[in-house]
Design a protein around this ligand. Structure first.
Ligand SMILES: NC(=O)c1ccc[n+]([C@@H]2O[C@H](COP(=O)([O-])OP(=O)(O)OC[C@H]3O[C@@H](n4cnc5c(N)ncnc54)[C@H](O)[C@@H]3O)[C@@H](O)[C@H]2O)c1
Length: 254
């Protein structure tokens, strides 16, 4: 039996750590060639090396995912090298110090929207023509539970993540005739460098886990399992949907 993603080329943005890295590793295990897009070149190279040493196939595309001109050029080069990009996971994201709504200034708002939403819009635009030609594509947008329940993480972050759900639904309808599916994954709290920066202590994570109906937080690998499913032929008729593998956290928020 062949691996479910054999022959597919998958691009993951913000793939140098946390969940992005987990998406790359799992899709590579399932047979995909993975393009590791990441702001920090050394992180991208580390992920590529780890995948290759486990027998997988990967290459690095460093750079700021929200730099539209740069990404058009680098994704274009990756397309030329590989002939096709079948899967894009728009995972690049930043969080920040929580601030009251009135204190979020324009620069802060713009940076949050650039990385968490604009990058997804334009990186996807760079791969869609090739997906249309192939009449096959999988676009997976990483949103957040906060887009569904609101948040204490800052209105700018939640605005961007809500935009990811709107983008998902709009593209799902627009690209359906080309057999391109577009779905979102909206994680609850996952322990990664992003959240360690704000929650800091194990006690803080444990307190949050106690509020989850299933009693624990998801691991990056459990989020990656939803992404790999949406990327596969098993999800062939699933489009415009949002999966939230959060142990029920998305039902109750925090
Ligand atoms: N961790 C959580 O609890 C949680 C919950 C819901 C959603 N998310 C979302 O999941 C995604 C991954 O988050 P994570 O927790 O794994 O974060 P992380 O901080 O561990 O990893 C994010 C990676 O993206 C890279 N990055 C940052 N800005 C970039 C840019 N402009 N261009 C390219 N790469 C960039 C970082 O260098 C880092 O390697 C984000 O979109 C985040 O908003 C996270």
């Amino acid at each position: 039996m062949s691996a479910p993603l054999e022959g597919r080329v998958a691009l993951v943005t913000g793939a140098g750590s946390g969940m992005g890295r987990a998406h790359c590793e799992l899709m590579a295990e399932r047979g995909a060639h993975v393009i590791v897009q990441e702001l920090l070149p050394e992180r991208a190279q580390e992920v590529v090396a780890a995948i290759r040493s486990s027998g997988g196939s990967a290459e690095a595309v460093p750079g700021d995912a929200s730099n539209v001109t740069l990404m058009r050029e680098r994704i274009g080069q990756a397309l030329a090298r590989n002939g096709h990009i079948d899967i894009i996971v728009n995972n690049a994201g930043i969080a920040s110090r929580v601030k009251p709504f009135e204190e979020i200034d324009e620069d802060f708002f713009d940076r949050m929207l650039d990385v968490n939403l604009k990058a997804a819009f334009f990186c996807t635009q760079a791969v869609v023509p090739a997906m249309k030609r192939a009449r096959w594509g999988r676009i997976i947008n990483i949103s957040s539970m906060f887009a569904m329940v609101g948040s204490q993480s800052g209105a700018h972050y939640t605005t961007a993540k809500g935009g990811m759900l709107g983008l998902t639904k709009a593209l799902a309808r627009e690209l359906a005739p080309w057999n391109i599916t577009v779905n979102a994954v909206a994680p609850g709290l996952v322990k990664t460098s992003m959240t360690i920066e704000s929650l800091k202590t194990d006690d803080a994570f444990e307190a949050r886990a106690r509020g989850v109906p299933m009693g624990r937080l998801a691991s990056p690998r459990e989020i990656a399992a939803s992404v790999a499913f949406l990327a596969s032929d098993d999800a062939s008729l699933m489009t415009g949907m949002t999966l939230s593998p959060s142990g029920g956290e998305a039902l109750v928020g925090f």
